[in-house]
Design a protein around this ligand. Structure first.
Ligand code: HEC
Ligand code: HEC
Length: 170
């Protein structure tokens, strides 16, 4: 039980950082693998009290939960329907079955939440500055960068654009 609290703190903080970083930008046009991140629920929409939390603390309230969920959308460039069972119209929030575990991406996400917690626990304490309270070294966004599949290499520069990588320094 004890491990779950820092995890929640991490996920929350990652969310806040990601949302702050993403807000002013238009959805990345150059992310062909990502569903359009626009079209999530309205800013003041809240889900019912969660019934099927297995990784987050059971007492996570709908408002905290929504910050975390919007963070996943932003970290991966997806919409709620990527992980949750929707009705015929994925914009109709009332037709979702959020507690259902039928979508494999939801189960994968639970594994990734635990993995990210483990990565943070294993982070070498002698490197860098310790994260501020409520923050963590590594978030979903650290790897995913707004994409379903985290990039493995730097992006190739577009024709005419400045070289993607500076020449190595001595
Ligand atoms: C990348 C996957 C992913 C995305 C995208 C996502 N969720 Fe979730 N969601 C999860 C996971 C995983 C859980 C269960 C967490 C747990 O078990 O502790 C969850 C749980 C929930 C729950 C609680 C359901 C219950 O009764 O237990 C709600 C409500 C919810 N999400 C709403 C949303 C909304 C709204 C969006 C879009 C803004 C969204 N989610 C986007 C993965 C996702
Ligand atoms: C240390 C890097 C790293 C971190 C941190 C990380 N991921 Fe991932 N994630 C990956 C890699 C690598 C894959 C495999 C990507 C692929 O299949 O191309 C992956 C795959 C996934 C998948 C399956 C993708 C799919 O389309 O089937 C989901 C869902 C996911 N991550 C969600 C998350 C969430 C949510 C978080 C934060 C709680 C997170 N990840 C944190 C690296 C990371």
């Amino acid at each position: 039980m004890r491990r779950l609290v820092p995890l929640a703190a991490f996920v929350l903080c990652g969310t806040v950082v990601m949302l702050a970083g993403q807000a002013p930008q238009a959805p990345a046009a150059a992310a062909p693998q990502a569903a359009a991140p626009a079209g999530g629920p309205p800013a003041d929409w809240l889900p019912p009290t969660p019934k099927n939390l297995k990784v987050l603390p059971k007492e996570t309230d709908p408002k905290q939960l929504m910050e975390i969920m919007r963070g996943y959308n932003a970290a991966m460039g997806v919409r709620c329907v990527y992980c949750h069972v929707a009705g015929p119209d994925p914009n109709d929030m009332s037709a979702y079955n959020f507690e259902s575990d039928r979508k494999e991406h939801k189960e994968a996400t639970r594994a990734m939440m635990k993995y990210t917690d483990a990565v943070n626990q294993a982070f070498p304490k002698e490197v860098g500055d310790p994260p501020k309270p409520g923050e963590s070294y590594v978030t979903c966004f650290t790897c995913h960068q707004g994409q379903r599949h985290p990039p493995l290499k730097p992006k190739a520069a577009a024709p005419g654009a400045p070289a993607a990588a500076a020449p190595p320094r001595p």
